[in-house]
Design a protein around this ligand. Structure first.
Ligand SMILES: [Zn+2]
Length: 240
């Protein structure tokens, strides 16, 4: 028992026995022929015991909560470029789940803002993309905004699981530059002077991921680049 838990236990046990000397000998209302009245059940007494119980339960559960939240780490996934929080296990219904799950803080120095639960395999490829020249021009990308990472769902309009369901996909909606400005896929795709930047980042993704879909694919992708890897290994690149 930790020091704080022992102190809490003493705090709870000692006042209770002092509060109830006459009742400690036997069941309430039987041994002494006295039945509890509304006064015996007053909130002052029982409320205090309940509060202490809740407090003790909180202290006992505290170490579990800390264990569940892994500390921030660098060099995750065997890659010095990957930082974030390791996740023990991710499983879902119907075969959803992630092999080597990780919640990303950054890849190759580029922050991930938003949804960031992916597999290590995806994280390493995302780091490759973050290092591509297209993302490291005169105003290098400092953060990616993600609207979806791990999601246990089938592909749109189909029965097979989406690669999002394996932590092998991310929907990138924007690129944040050093001045804090964001080039969003939705707006930038229709502006000549941002379109070039976005097309270059898109082409760089096609060289690294298995499937890349963007605003030209369909209306559902008007505001993001869908990047994914095939869970079974490399597949013919599909870039639309
Ligand atoms: Zn997607």
């Amino acid at each position: 028992m930790t020091g704080i838990n022992r102190a809490a236990a003493l705090w709870i046990v000692v006042p209770r026995s002092a509060d109830r000397p006459a009742r400690a000998a036997g069941p309430i209302g039987v041994a002494d022929g006295h039945f509890p009245t509304s006064v015996d059940l007053s909130l002052n007494h029982h409320g205090a015991i309940m509060l202490r119980s809740v407090f003790l339960a909180f202290l006992l559960l505290l170490p579990l909560a800390v264990q569940a939240d892994e500390p921030f780490q660098t060099g995750l996934c065997g890659d010095v470029r990957v930082t974030g929080w390791p996740v023990a296990e991710v499983t879902g219904e119907g075969g959803c789940g992630i092999v080597e799950p990780v919640r990303l803080a950054s890849v190759a120095g580029v922050r991930i803002e938003g949804e960031a639960l992916v597999s290590c395999a995806f994280a390493r490829t995302l780091a490759d993309w973050a290092e591509a020249p297209a993302l490291n021009g005169p105003r290098p990308v400092v953060a990616l905004r993600s609207s979806a990472a791990y999601v246990c769902r089938p592909v749109t309009g189909g029965a097979a699981l989406s690669n999002h369901a394996y932590g092998m996909a991310m929907d990138v909606t924007g690129f944040i530059l050093p001045n804090g400005r964001e080039v969003s896929v939705r707006d930038g795709w229709n502006e000549a002077w941002r379109r070039g930047f976005l097309e270059n980042t898109y082409a760089a993704a096609c060289n690294r991921f298995d499937t890349v879909l963007g605003p030209d694919f369909d209306a559902a992708h008007a505001d993001h680049f869908h990047l994914d890897l095939e869970p079974g290994g490399w597949a013919a690149a599909y870039c639309r």
